[in-house]
Design a protein around this ligand. Sequence first.
Ligand code: SF4
Length: 70
Amino acid sequence: MAKTKEYQLDDVTVVWEPSLCIHSKKCVHGLPKVFKPTEKPWVQTENTTTEALKETIDTCPSGALRYYVK
Ligand code: SF4
């Protein structure tokens, strides 16, 4: 199974699968306060709302970023 990491914001769980990332940076440009490739953790969900988070993740072209709602 591919390696994934998860990040939580309220009832939204963000799933990050690095091997799928094609580095289009849609996430970084969409929500620069959340997706910070040079920091750890690089996904800082506390800096946004669930709606904005979901909208930006929907723009990820590769499926490397996805989410599910509890
Ligand atoms: S939008 Fe998706 S493919 Fe593009 S850099 Fe972010 S995670 Fe990678």
